[in-house]
Design a protein around this ligand. Structure first.
Ligand SMILES: *Cc1c(COP(=O)(O)O)cnc(C)c1O
Length: 465
């Protein structure tokens, strides 16, 4: 299988190159040239498979022989062996045909583990085969950094440097990163805010001459194709658990960069009967305004109690637009220029096509707190703020009460104690048992100034792999 760029300016690429590259050289995102499509009979025959066996069925056609099937199976098995729930992605019923799929049983308690556990093993495998080593550099405001570190801590061909804004991430989030004491894991607490960290990473990608000979930077951010690919699996998993493919299922997805919900869109295109995909946003509601009013105009970012959704321009939305515009790369390049300049208008045809499958809803902090409180009171089930926004959107957007509606629970409530306490929960929600000692563990991180020479020479001197 070959991969093409959403901006149309790149020759078709192979799977492994796409995984290593991240962003396409023309500034676009990679998508498969042609999607695999499964028949209803084939999907039905997967009922009863383990999560790992199902993942192998779905991921294989995308890898398309680039990795021998046995090796791919091992990579998948290793990736999900770190999950603390036998069902990997268990479903909890919260009402009539209303379900929550818990995607937070991985090592860092957020759904990003589904993709990053796999991506770490996959990268290491490809690098070993090629006799190459890379340096991963990333900036984090919280969740992604810890999931990336957990994904790479045992990789022999990768050093990972994660920058977080000094004193500006929560104690749980910082400790999830800084208590990983592997020699190839490097935490930098940089003076400044998240944007300063991100700008430092961008500048370093633009000029990599600070790295020793033969090393290059790699990114594991949310536009990496392999992350999207791994996330397709749990849509099939939920459907098969709830009577699919004979029966349609709907999903509500707490959305930031649009990676998670885009995986659901791909599942639909690959033959899975999905009735609705609900885009749930917080007060940073540009995607909701876009789908409901064709208003994709940027506004100042607001800090919310669901910080992983505090995003202005959702990078993976471009992948959907590419399909909505009949894969016209030149049109997408123009649109993305508009979006960057502050305002993008979708064509009537594109909007109409999108609305056949997608609906959207905005839930602000006050609404979110209310949902956590009422669900906890009614059923003793405690949700994290992102999940609560998803559930609120699910309830508002449901078109059909006979179709199971699954809200994706993207994080464990213990990661966001402030929001949970706002909802009237009396204590800090408890961390799961395997993390109960998080606050007793030794931390390791280095505080650096927001200065390019300082950060880059630190990286150059500390490469271990
Ligand atoms: C990353 C994240 C999201 C947003 O997911 P996208 O794929 O960026 O849309 C939602 N909730 C949590 C808890 C997250 O960590």
């Amino acid at each position: 299988m070959k991969y093409i760029s959403t901006r149309g300016g790149v020759e078709p690429q192979d799977f492994e190159d796409v995984v290593l590259t991240g962003l396409a050289p023309d500034g676009g995102l990679f998508v498969p040239q042609e999607l695999p499509v499964f028949s209803q009979q084939e999907i039905a025959s997967w009922a009863g498979l383990s999560y790992q066996a199902l993942a192998l069925k779905i991921i294989s056609p995308f890898v398309d022989g680039a990795i021998p099937e046995d090796d791919l199976k091992q990579l998948i098995d290793k990736s999900y062996a770190t999950f603390r729930h036998g069902g990997i992605a268990p479903l909890i019923q919260t009402g009539h045909n209303e379900w929550i799929m818990e995607l937070f049983h991985g090592p860092t308690l957020a759904f990003k583990d589904f993709a990053l556990q796999f991506l770490g093993h996959l990268l290491d495998y490809i690098l070993a085969k090629r006799g190459q080593k890379v340096v991963i550099m990333g900036a984090t405001s919280g969740d992604t950094g810890s999931a990336a570190i957990e994904g790479c801590r045992r990789c022999e061909n990768i050093d990972i440097f994660i920058l977080h804004p000094y004193n500006r991430v929560s104690d749980v989030q910082r400790r999830q990163m800084t208590t990983v004491l592997a020699d190839n894991v490097h935490n930098i607490a940089m003076h400044g805010n998240f944007d300063d960290c991100q700008n430092m990473v961008k500048a370093s990608f633009a000029d990599q001459s600070f790295l020793p000979e033969g090393r290059q930077l790699a990114a594991v951010n949310s536009i990496n194709w392999a992350r999207i690919m791994a996330q397709i699996v749990y849509y099939f998993w939920a459907s098969l658990s709830l009577g699919g493919p004979q029966r349609k299922v709907s999903f509500s997805v707490p959305t930031g960069n649009f990676g998670d919900i885009f995986a659901g869109y791909l599942a639909h295109k690959m033959g899975l009967p999905i009735e609705q995909l609900v885009i749930a946003t917080n007060q940073n509601d540009i995607l909701h305004r876009c789908i409901s009013d064709n208003d994709h105009s940027t506004r100042p970012l607001e800090q919310s109690l669901a910080p992983s959704m505090d995003i202005m321009i959702s990078s993976n939305f471009e992948r959907l637009l590419f399909d909505l515009y009949d894969r016209d790369g030149a049109a997408i390049a123009e649109l993305m220029k508009d979006a960057k300049a502050g305002h993008m208008n979708l064509s009537d045809a594109a909007l109409k096509e999108a609305r056949k499958l997608f609906s959207s809803y905005r839930c602000d902090d006050a609404g979110m707190v209310e949902i956590i409180r009422s669900v906890y009171q009614q059923s003793n089930y405690l949700m994290d703020p992102h999940t609560a926004i998803g559930l609120d959107a699910a309830r508002h957007c449901r078109a059909n009460l006979e179709t199971p509606m699954v809200t994706l629970a993207t994080a464990h409530p213990a990661k966001f104690p402030d929001a949970v306490k706002c909802a009237g929960y009396p204590n800090d929600p408890e961390l799961p048992q395997h993390m109960a000692d998080l606050f007793d563990k030794e931390e390791r991180y280095t505080v650096l100034d927001n200065d390019q020479a300082t950060v880059q020479s630190y990286i150059a001197q500390h490469i271990h792999a």
